[in-house]
Design a protein around this ligand. Sequence first.
Ligand SMILES: [Zn+2]
Length: 840
Amino acid sequence: MTENLQSCCLANWKMEMELDPAKDDLPLMANTRHMLVKHYVLDLDVDFKSQVIEGTIVLFFEPGSRCKKGGSAGEGACLSQSDETCKIRASEPCHSPVTNVSARSSKTGYNDFAVCAKGEKDTSDKNGNHSNGEQASGISSSKNCCDIENHGSEDFLLVLDCCDLSVLKVEEVDVAAVPGIEKFTRSAKLTDAEELRNLRNQIVHELVTLPADRWREQLYYYTRCSQAPGCGELLFSTGTWSLMIRKAEVQAPRDFPHAIRIWYKTKPEGRSVTWTTDQSSRPCVYTMGSPINNRALFPCQEPPVAMSTWQTTVRTASCFVVLMSGENSAEPAQLQEGLLSWYYYVTMPMPASTFTIAIGCWTEVKQESHTADVRTNNEFSSLFSRADLRLIEGSCGHVAYPCRFQNPAASSQLVIPHRVFAPWCLKDRCAEILLELIPQCLSAAHATLGTHPFSRLDVLIVPSNFSSLGMASPHIIFLSQSVLTGGSHLCGTRLCHEIAHAWFGLAIGARDWTEEWISEGFATYLEDVFWAVAQQLPHDEAREQQELKALLRWRRLRDEVQNSEEELQVLRPNKENTGEVSESGTCIIKHGLNAEKIFMQVHYLKGYFLLQSLAKRIGEATYFEFLRKFVQKFHGQLILSQDFLYMLLEDIPEQKGYGLSVENIIRAWLDTSGIPKPLLEECQTWDQCRLVRQVNDEVTKWIQVNQRARKRSKRKRRQDEVAFQKLLPDQLVLLLESLLEEKTLCLRTLQCLEKTYHLDEQDSEVRHRWCELVVKHKYTTRYADIEKFLKEDQAMGVYLYGELMVNEDAKQQELAYKCFAATQKQMDVSSAKVVAEMLF
Ligand SMILES: [Zn+2]
C-alpha cells in the first residue's frame, strides 16, 4: 500500500509538473481516495480595502476508500463512510490521467516547493499569526521535486486543491482538548503519544459519523473542535494547483491527523472571487462561478466525490450584507462598533465547488403589501399521482443527513422561504418584476418535481460584470440585471432555469464534471416546463410556446455546431472512461479552462433536445412520473449519464422495442460531435407550429414594407398603414433573427420596426437581436443602443463585439474600442480575454 501511495504522490506532482499552463485542461489534484473531507469550518475576515479574505479553515477527514486494507483505527470508517467513493469503478484498472497530458518534463519553474520543516521556525504567537508567508508562496526556498523523497518518501502526502492562496500555517487540531468531547471516545484512557493520536482521530470519526438526527450536536462540536488549540505544525508546500501537507513519519492516511487547521489569505487577483462595485457604485465581492471554482477562496477537495458539509463565520464592516450557501438565513451579530459577524451552515453534504458567497451593500427588496399570489396545495395536486406521495415515505439512497425528502412537512411545502437582494438602484425594478415571480416559479417547480431539495432561497441581482444571466448554488441564486428589462418573460424563464438546478446540478450532481449536460440540459428542459406551469398556461398554449422555443434553440445549435471545434461539441468527452479517476482520486477536466467553451451552449442545447425527444417518445405524463422517481432515488448523490438512461429504460421497458437503448442514445446524442441524427428528423416539425407561422407572416409583411420603402424613398409619399400582429418576446426574437437574414433593410424600415415593437424597451434577448440589426445595416443613429447594451448587458455582449469588428467599419470599430475601454477594468476575466482577442 505504501508503494501505491507513494506512486500516487509522485503521479500527483508529476501532474503538476507536466500540465501545460497554456492548455485548457483543469486538474483536480486532491487525493480523495486516501482522505476524504467531511466538513469544513471557515472563519474569515473580509477586508475591502486590501481586497483580501483572511482567516482559518478547519477540515475534518475520514480515510478514503483506498485505505480499506489498513489497520484498526480507520477501518470501520472506511467501510461505512466511503461507500460513495468505492462506487467509482474501484475494481477497474486506473489509467492515470497524467498519460493524457502532453509530457513537458523540464517545466520546473512553477512548482516551488517550500517545506516548512517542523521546529525550524517557531515564531507563531498564540493567536496563530504566523508569518512564514514567503515560504508558503515559495519565495524563500525553492526546492525541486526530489525533496519530497529526501524529506521521507514514506510519508503520506495529503493533497488539497488550492490556487492563488497564501498559506501561512498548517497544524493538527487537538480535538481531544474540547471539554465534553469524552463522550465521543470509546476508551478514554490515554497513555502514550500514539494512543493520543488515535484518540483524536477516533473523536473525529465519531463526530463525522453522528446520526443525522443529532446534526445540531454535531454542528456544535464542529464549532468547538475548530476552536481547539493546535497540537503540532504540519509540513506543507504549495504548487500551482495544490497544497500538499504531510506529517513526518506518518505513512498511512488512517494515522494522518483527521482534523487540520490552515491559516491562509486570498489574493486580490485570485480567480475564485471578483472584487468590484455594484450598480450603485458601492464595493462588493462575490464568487463568480469561475472554472477553478473555489480553490482560490479556500483550500479544498474539488473532486465532486468529496461531498461535505460546511459552516462559515464571516466578519466584515457593518455596512455590508453577507449572503452565502447556508440553510439558515443568518442574522448578523455585532462584535464591536462597525464590525458584524455572519454565521451560515449546511447539513446536506455537497461538493465544495457549490459553495457560494456574495458580500455587498445589498438592499433586501420587500413587497409593499402582502398580496403575493401564493397558490394553494389543491391547485396543483392533480399533477401528483398517489404513487408519488407514497414514495415520499421511502428511505433515501444518500449518506445520512436531515433530508427534506423524508420530512412530510417539507415535502408538501410549495414555496420555500425566500428573500430578494439587490443594489439600491435596482430595488424598484426588482419589486416590480422579480418579487412576485419567485413564488410562482417555486410552486411550479414543486408541482413538477415535488419536494424542494433546499429549505430556503436568496436571490441576488449581481453586479453588471457577471458573465452569465444566472447561476444557481445551494440556497442562493445569482441573477444578472439583464433579466430585469422588458416584461417578465426573460426573468421568469431564467428564474425557472436556476430553480431547476436545485434538483439537477445541486441535489443531483454530475460525478464527472465533463458531463455538464446533466445539469444544464435538465435545467434548460425544465425551464420551459416550469414556466408554462407558472404562467398557468392551458396545455395547447404551453406546447406552442415550447415548440417556438425549440425552433430558436435549434437555430442556435445549428450555428454553434457550424462555428465551433468538433471536440467541444461532445456531451460526454471522456466516453466510456467517464467518471474514472486515478488511484489517488485525481483527474483532469478536459477543456475545463477553455475560454471559448464558456460561451458555448452546446451542452445546454443538445442535452435539452435529448430530454425533449425522450419526453415525446415516452409521453409527458409517464416521463414526469419517471423524473420524480429519479429525483427520489438519486437526490443527494452524484450520477453519470448512464445512471439516468439505465433507470429510464428499465422503468419504461416497452420503449426498448422502439429501438431505444442506452447504447443507441449514448452513441447518437452523447458521444458524437455535430447535430444528433434523431434531431435532424424532428426539427422539421417546429416550422409548422402556430406561433412560428405567425412570425413568418409578419416577416413577409416587413419584407414588403421594406421593398415599398425602398421604391418610395426617391419620391416621398405617405406611408401605408400596415397592421402588424402583437408578438411574444420569443416571437420577436425569431422575427428579428429572420430579418437579420435579409440583405438590405432600409433606414425607414428599421425606424418603423423599432417604433412598432418599442424595441428599446424589450428584454435583453430581443434587444440583442436589435443591436445586431443596427450593426449589420450601419444604422448610426441607434449606435447608442449598442453602447448601452455593451455596458449594461455584459453577460450577453461578447458576441456583439465580434459583430462590430467583422464589418471593418471604422465607426463601428471605434464604438467597440470605446465600450471595451469603459468596461474592460471591471469586466469578467474570461469575457475580457475573449473580447480582447477580437479587438486586438
Ligand atoms: Zn434524502
